[in-house]
Design a protein around this ligand. Structure first.
Ligand SMILES: [Zn+2]
Length: 131
């Protein structure tokens, strides 16, 4: 019934809530556009964790600071497409399975893989360098 649908849409609380949701989504999108996440350092600054999944089902969630520090120490490119190619699944490696490209996602859950964290002096030096 069209009139009922219409009334439901105009319920003030509902439209306010969805309006707010829409606005905050727009704001988040705008922020990403101004400064898109392109490397591990950006990920760390936005406080995301990095979820790496292999086709075999192995999933690792990494702290972005620690992962960035690993790449920094090794002198590896920390841009996300390069990170994706660099990540290796140890389970596949030990099982001698053919290597497949991992899937990289940004997550908001705690990390599950332990890597050494950068020391605070090094981290602040990087922050200054990039500002
Ligand atoms: Zn695997």
């Amino acid at each position: 019934m069209p009139s009922q649908i219409h009334r439901r849409h105009l319920a003030p609380s509902e439209s306010l809530a969805s309006m707010f949701q829409f606005c905050s989504r727009l704001e988040a999108m705008a922020r990403e556009l101004v400064n898109p996440i392109s490397d591990l350092f950006d990920v760390a600054c936005r406080h995301h964790t990095v979820k790496v999944s292999c086709q075999c089902g192995n999933v690792g969630i990494f702290d972005p600071h620690a992962l960035w520090y690993l790449f920094e120490r090794k002198g590896w490119n920390d841009r996300l497409p390069a990170v994706r190619k660099r990540m290796r699944c140890l389970q596949c490696y030990y099982a001698k399975r053919k290597r497949t490209l991992a899937t990289l996602e940004l997550a908001d859950v705690d990390h599950t893989r332990q890597l050494p964290m950068p020391d605070i002096v090094e981290w602040k030096r990087q922050l200054r360098r990039r500002r």
